[in-house]
Design a protein around this ligand. Structure first.
Ligand code: PLP
Length: 344
């Protein structure tokens, strides 16, 4: 691995971050706060929230088994994705390598940051070929984007191939594990501390049922987390989101229950799809959705829309011709989808 100084965008390495009013006295006792030009009325919303979200991180640390100092929290994973570019890539000079097909935000953020986005198609069965990915890198490649289980294909990527990339690449390997709660595979975050060059993304938007809160996580070495913290907006997670997230995390059994229900429903819905005349191929999945190839994705999509049911049409995505991505809903929602398709 190159040093973090070599990997970090030059102006970011030398950046003096904004100093929050509350940082300057930290550690000492105080009860009168006249330092931040806040309004003394309307507690608790009159006060700026904790810029480093320490209480929430300590809770997440217990649930995820990752030390708090190795956790970054963002306004959705999308903030962490964008920050990876803003911290580690030089616009118009550096490049990143990603699998194809995968989650669209990696490319959008590359485009916004004016960073070259190189893609390598997955193999048969949407599997990863480490050698091909590594062959697409050069001395200006700072990041490799992996997503496992992958969106929109649903499958987890081969662990040995991921390990090969981590071992051989001299930049940072981002592994987006947004769907790992639905997978039987061991998540890579459990190996975080043995690999200084990996960044794991998690989110509260899927298994944890909090897409509206906008809370994403990055797990990485303390040094990488410090760079991300330096560049993020000082108060990027608002008080309501921090409080609500704590509430949810205090009831982890509820989350487990949701995941179990969704997995049961996933088997049921996928089995029902095998019997539909429009189904050509159902791809195996480790996520709360599955990809299905049908005879005519556009017309099936349009038909479902006319019934008030929205799935994701992935027809235009590389390797996903005539594919629909179907999220697993409640029993009732899934039954509605299946009833509509049976009536086709
Ligand atoms: C849904 C999803 C996310 C979540 O993004 P948030 O900004 O946290 O809502 C991240 N990565 C992938 C691959 C996803 O599918």
């Amino acid at each position: 691995m190159k040093t973090l100084q070599e990997l970090t965008r030059k102006n970011i390495w030398s950046l003096a971050p904004y100093s929050c009013a509350r940082n300057e006295f930290s550690g000492r006792n105080a009860s009168v706060y006249l330092d931040a030009n806040e309004n003394p009325y309307n507690a608790p919303f009159n006060r700026y929230p904790d810029p480093l979200q320490l209480e929430l991180k300590s809770k997440i640390s217990a649930v995820k088994g990752v030390p708090a100092e190795n956790i970054f929290l963002g306004n959705g994973s999308d903030e962490a994705i964008d920050l990876m570019y803003r911290c580690f890539t030089e616009p118009q000079t550096d490049n990143v390598v990603a699998i194809e097909p995968t989650y669209g935000m990696y490319r959008v953020c590359a485009d916004i940051n004016n960073v070259e986005y190189r893609t390598v198609c997955l193999e048969e069965g949407f599997q990863l070929n480490a050698d091909k990915l590594l062959a697409a890198t050069d001395e200006h490649t700072k990041l490799i984007w992996l997503c496992s289980p992958n969106n929109p294909t649903g499958n987890a990527l081969n662990r040995d191939e991921i390990n090969k990339i981590i071992a051989a690449f001299d930049g940072l390997v981002v592994i987006d594990e947004a769907y790992s709660d639905f997978s039987s595979q061991r998540p890579f975050r459990s190996e975080l501390l043995s690999h200084p060059n990996i960044v794991i993304l998690n989110t509260m938007s899927k298994a944890w049922g909090c897409a509206a809160l906008r809370l994403g996580m990055a797990f990485a070495s303390k040094d990488i987390i410090e760079i991300l913290n330096k560049v993020k907006y000082p108060y990027n997670i608002n008080l309501l989101a921090q409080q609500k997230a704590l509430d949810i995390l205090n009831d982890p059994y509820e989350i487990d229950k949701w995941v179990r229900l969704i997995l049961q429903e996933r088997s049921r819905v996928m089995e029902a799809f095998t019997l539909l005349p429009i189904t050509k191929k159902i791809y195996p999945t480790d996520a709360n959705f599955f990809l299905v190839e049908v005879t005519d994705a556009q017309s099936t999509y349009d038909y479902l829309v006319s019934k008030g049911i929205i799935v994701r049409n992935r027809n235009r995505v590389t390797m996903c011709g005539n594919c629909l991505r179907v999220t697993i809903g409640t029993k009732t929602e899934n039954a509605e989808l299946l009833a509509a398709l049976r009536a086709l």
